[in-house]
Write a protein that binds this ligand. Structure first.
Ligand code: PBG
Length: 332
């Protein structure tokens, strides 16, 4: 491709007016691109603000249902649910994850009863349930056991599917768990429950506020580097994605988001599969802190970063800014 030279070509011509910029825009962000992650607290009538995530709260199941209605009214197609399991129910083996009446299952049922038209995505991993905050069960040396954990994750996914989850999203990074979960779902007749694999999930410093929100921060022993990916690796992400697709994932996710848009682009170019990114808690907090410090306009920062995900190739984005962004998009 050869570009005609100046002044035949003046790239600024199409930028003069808003109508013209709209006409040539290559990327469109709409509320239907957003998945809204929500934290759940025990009890009723409860809203618990999360200090490290200003503007984000944990909601008891009854108040969570109001948020799901809000999502529907704003055109947000899907919510992602994360429970803050009461401390006394966290054990070495994370068995509360398999309780068909646990907080997440009660939340799934309530949301699906009240607002069936909103999709419900649930996290498959043991960190809200284990005493040491790891995503799986550990041996005596603190190593997270792969195959043993994977078996439990299958049961966890089934418990969530029975409660009505539309998408199960394994976020644990065990090898082979997507295939195991897919087989489990097929075996029990949940052939239309989708799997969104956290395929390229990095051991990141951006997850801090999330661990506050689900109450695993003070508990976490060590780090998650023996299962989550090394931020130095890109090619390995493609191997992770290829495996998860082969094992039966319907969508793949890259996480965190902004610092990993190169991975989104590479995945999108190599595989014909919907790619999602998780704009994680630390990214949300960073934008809020920048805005609070007067370093940037909050609304503009939110829309610019979310648009960047779409431009990089995302089908959609998990973001705590979902309701704010949807309102901004609606109100122009
Ligand atoms: C846990 C999980 C994490 C997030 C989503 N699921 C944290 C972790 O792996 O420690 C992070 C989300 C966020 O930071 O917003 N399996």
């Amino acid at each position: 491709m050869t570009a005609a030279s100046f002044p035949a070509t003046r790239l600024r011509r199409t930028r003069v007016s808003a109508w013209s910029r709209a006409l040539v825009a290559e990327t469109v962000l709409t509320p239907s691109d957003l998945i809204w992650p929500l934290f759940i607290a025990d009890g009723s009538g409860v809203e618990e603000p999360i200090a490290t995530l200003p503007g984000v709260s944990r909601w008891s199941v009854d108040r969570l249902v109001e948020r799901a209605r809000e999502a529907r009214d704003l055109g947000i197609p899907c919510v992602a649910l994360f429970p803050n399991t009461p401390r006394e129910l966290r054990t070495e083996d994370g068995r509360e994850a398999l309780n068909a009446d646990n907080l997440i299952c009660r939340a799934i049922r309530a949301v699906k009863d009240a607002v069936p038209e909103v999709g419900v995505l649930t996290d498959v991993a043991l960190d809200p349930y284990t005493a040491d905050g790891h995503d799986g069960i550990t041996d005596d040396c603190g190593y997270v056991l792969n195959d043993e954990t994977s078996k439990i994750l299958v049961d966890q996914a089934l418990v969530q599917a029975r409660a009505g989850a539309d998408i199960v999203a394994p976020s644990d990074m065990m090898d082979g768990r997507v295939g195991a979960i897919r087989q489990g779902l097929e075996r029990e007749g949940y052939c239309n429950v989708q799997i969104m694999a956290y395929a390229a999930k990095y051991a990141s410093a951006f997850y801090g506020p999330f661990r506050d929100a689900v109450g695993s921060k003070g508990l976490l022993k060590g780090d998650k580097k023996s299962y989550q990916m090394d931020p130095r690796n890109g090619g390995e992400a493609l191997r992770e994605v290829a495996l998860d697709i082969a094992e039966g994932a319907d969508h793949v996710m890259v996480k965190p988001g902004l610092a990993y848009l190169d991975i989104v682009r590479r995945v999108k170019e190599q595989f014909e599969v919907p790619v999602f990114a998780y704009q994680v808690s630390g990214e949300y907090a960073m934008i809020e802190a920048a805005a609070a410090a007067g370093a940037g306009d909050r609304n503009a920062l939110i829309l610019e970063t979310l648009t960047a995900f779409k431009r990089a190739g995302c089908a959609g984005v998990l973001t705590y800014h979902a309701p704010v962004a949807a309102r901004l998009l609606r109100d122009g």
